[in-house]
Each structure stands twice: as C-alpha cells, then as structure tokens.
Design a binder for this molecule. Structure first.
Ligand SMILES: [Ca+2]
Length: 191
C-alpha cells in the first residue's frame, strides 16, 4: 500500500471537482470492520471502518477517536469492485505543505489517465471520523460487491522518502486492514 501512496504523491496532479448533493436511498448493504488501536499516532489512528455499498455511492467512514485534522496530511480510500477484471480505484485527498488541501483525486488503476473525473466525490472531516463518498458512476458504474483499503497519513514528508514505515504508537500513517501488505477488507455486497 505504501507503494500506491508514493505513486500518487509523486504524481501530484489534481483536477478541481464539483461537489453535488445527491439523495441516497434507504436500502444499502453496510459492514463495519475494526482496525487495531495504537498502531499509529492517535491523531490519525483508525479504529473502525464502516463501508456502505448503496445504489448511488460507496461511502467509507473511518472512525479516528483522537482525530486532529491539523496533523493529517492526507486520506486515501481504495475500492475494488467485483465487476469483471476486479477493477480498482483509489481516491485520495492530500495536503500540500504551503498550498493547502488539494482537490480530491480519483485514480483508475487500469486507466492510462492518472486521474479520472468524478463529480460528487467528497471527503468530510468530522470530530472523530472521516467520511469518503465515491459515486458508483465514478467506479465504473458499479452494481457489485466492493472491498476497500483505507489510510490516513500525517504531514511528515519523510513518509515518502524513508524506509518502510512500521505500525506503532508513533507511526505517522495508519492503513486498514494492513500497512505492510496489499490486503483489502472482506467483500461488502451491493445494496
Ligand atoms: Ca489503527
């Protein structure tokens, strides 16, 4: 996963995106997964990941009980769908030191384009949570199960230049389900 993060960070390209409000249907398949507490500095330590795979969007809510937005350098959510070829998309919101928060980037891992346009995607910072919303139409018009990977990382540039970061109470990055492997969550059914 750290490799994916580095690729995205190095690319540094972004498009301004328009956020639109969309009504969401009541029916949705939702699953919650727990992440280890204490495997990252508390300001960005994910303890729970709730995935809702509904008709309009995939919504991923990261519980970060000690969240401090001022310490956060970026938020990343990867989604793989059960469609043919198991396409994978990565959504990322990053802070560039000196320039502030960049617009959300959505990357289609199977596309030659670095970022794909997506209207209606967004990242919201709550008091103790971060919510990422990805419209299904941005995920190849998905109507299948999804699995996710989610990460929050700090503002320390060394994250992208030093050797592999290790999980622990001082780690400036937390990734569910695993920082050190390419694993993803279990499948979450559509609707
Ligand atoms: Ca954690």
């Amino acid at each position: 996963m750290i490799r994916t993060l580095r690729t995205l960070a190095a690319a540094g390209a972004a498009a301004a995106l328009v956020v639109t409000a969309t009504a969401s249907p009541a029916a949705a398949k939702t699953r919650s997964f727990t992440d280890k507490r204490g495997d990252a500095t508390s300001a960005l330590d994910i303890t729970k990941v709730k995935v809702t795979n509904k008709k309009s969007a995939v919504v991923v809510r990261l519980s970060v009980p000690g969240l401090r937005k001022s310490k956060v350098g970026g938020v990343m959510v990867g989604v793989r769908t059960k469609a043919k070829g198991r396409p994978e998309f990565v959504s990322m919101k990053m802070r560039l030191e000196g320039a502030g928060w960049m617009p959300l980037m959505l990357v289609d891992e199977d596309s030659d384009e670095l970022t794909v346009p997506c209207k209606g995607d967004r990242v919201r910072f709550g008091k103790r949570s971060i919510t990422v919303r990805l419209p299904q139409r941005c995920l190849g018009g998905n109507t299948k199960a999804v699995k996710v990977v989610a990460g929050v990382f700090g503002r320390d540039d060394s994250l992208f230049s030093e050797e592999e970061p290790k999980p622990g109470p001082d780690a400036q990055i937390d990734v569910y389900p695993s920082l050190t492997s390419e694993r993803m969550s279990p499948w979450v059914r559509f609707r």
